[in-house]
Design a protein around this ligand. Structure first.
Ligand SMILES: [Zn+2]
Ligand SMILES: [Zn+2]
Length: 341
């Protein structure tokens, strides 16, 4: 086995990516070491790159859409062994004993909330260490490089939809057909919702329908709220865009008790309170999920045929890959691959 590994580190907030050699580290108690096969580049990696997350210690290796193979297991790890292929996502660890953890709200842990690529080094690397709590078992028939984006983009959309309260047959909107939205449309359709894709312009309509949307709303050509109401109103719209105005424009198209489920980070959303009051509509956020949610995402995707559409780059081209993701022009997720396949 080699003693050194290559990692991509961010030396300081807004600093350039640096490819450096490091010693391959040993896992401590409760952690494993993973030989990384692929890591998706997520928009949230810009939090590490640009220094927008408080308290990051630099240098830091970004990356929280990781799939690889466990190659060493630290002390006191139960249930995992070397050779298993695993995914590692955003939510990596929680204490398990604080009040929010005791209520099952691990995302709100007040003691030991660890985020991959932010609190510790992530997957832009040949090897990484991860808490055993972070691991999702990857199904045998899912390729690492094809599946990596499911660990954040997939998980976030899948988990938001399956916890949204919508039932098969309900009208569910997916606002934005990009890195998150192209997965959201597939999940919504496979879950049995009347899936409405909402995007600007006509050019995404054919793709949205191919991905499973039964309706398409061009928000430039028509008022999306009015169009949703023609379908009876949406039980849920998941908002994957980065534009608060675009989110606000669909709220009037929510059915009574309907919810706008926000998973895209945007500026302020200008909400008209009357629209919330008169039909008991709500605007709420959704946090991605834990490792078992990721595992459910991978299994659901494999059994139903949901796939991320990806562009691939080798580790050496990380700067180009990151800029491609940030440009918003990638179709649709960008993945660093450390192995052939
Ligand atoms: Zn992410
Ligand atoms: Zn806790």
């Amino acid at each position: 086995m080699p003693e050194k590994m290559r990692v991509v580190q961010v030396p300081e907030p807004k600093g350039p990516f640096e490819i450096v050699e490091r010693e391959i580290p040993e896992p401590k108690a409760g952690w494993v070491r993973v030989k990384v096969e692929a890591c998706g580049i997520c928009h949230s990696d810009s939090l590490t790159k640009e220094g927008h997350w408080p308290g990051i210690q630099y240098p830091r290796v970004p990356g929280h859409e990781v799939i690889g193979v466990i190659d060493a297991v630290g002390p006191a790890v139960a249930g995992w062994r070397a050779g298993q292929r695993v995914g590692i996502g955003w939510h990596a660890s929680h204490c398990g004993y604080c009040d929010p953890c005791r209520r099952g709200d691990f995302f709100a842990c007040q003691v030991e909330l660890l985020t991959t690529g932010i609190s510790f080094d992530g997957g832009y690397a040949e090897y990484m260490l991860a808490p055993a709590k972070a691991l999702a078992l990857v199904p045998d028939d899912l390729s690492s490089i094809e599946g990596a984006p499911l660990m954040c983009a997939g998980l976030t959309t899948f988990n938001a939809l399956r916890n949204s309260g919508a039932r098969p047959g309900d009208v569910v909107g997916v606002l934005g057909i990009g890195g998150l939205g192209h997965l959201g449309v597939q999940y919504a359709a496979k879950m049995g919702f009347r899936t409405v894709a909402i995007a600007r312009g006509k050019d995404k309509e054919a793709l949205a329908r191919k991905l499973g949307a039964s309706h398409y709303i061009d928000s430039q050509a028509a008022d999306p709220a009015a169009e949703l109401n023609k379908l009876g109103g949406a039980r849920v719209v998941i908002a994957t865009v980065t534009n608060g105005e675009a989110m606000a424009a669909v709220i009037g198209g929510l059915a009574p008790h309907g919810a706008l489920l926000v998973i895209g980070a945007s500026g302020p959303i200008p909400v008209n309170p009357i629209l919330l009051i008169n039909a008991k509509r709500s605007v709420q956020g959704w946090y991605s999920g834990t490792s078992i949610d990721s595992q459910d995402t991978l299994n659901f995707s494999t059994t139903t045929g949901v796939q991320s559409m990806n562009e691939f780059y080798p580790l050496e081209k990380v700067t180009e890959a990151y800029e491609r993701m940030m440009s918003g022009k990638a179709r649709f997720r960008v993945v660093l691959k450390m192995v052939e396949g």
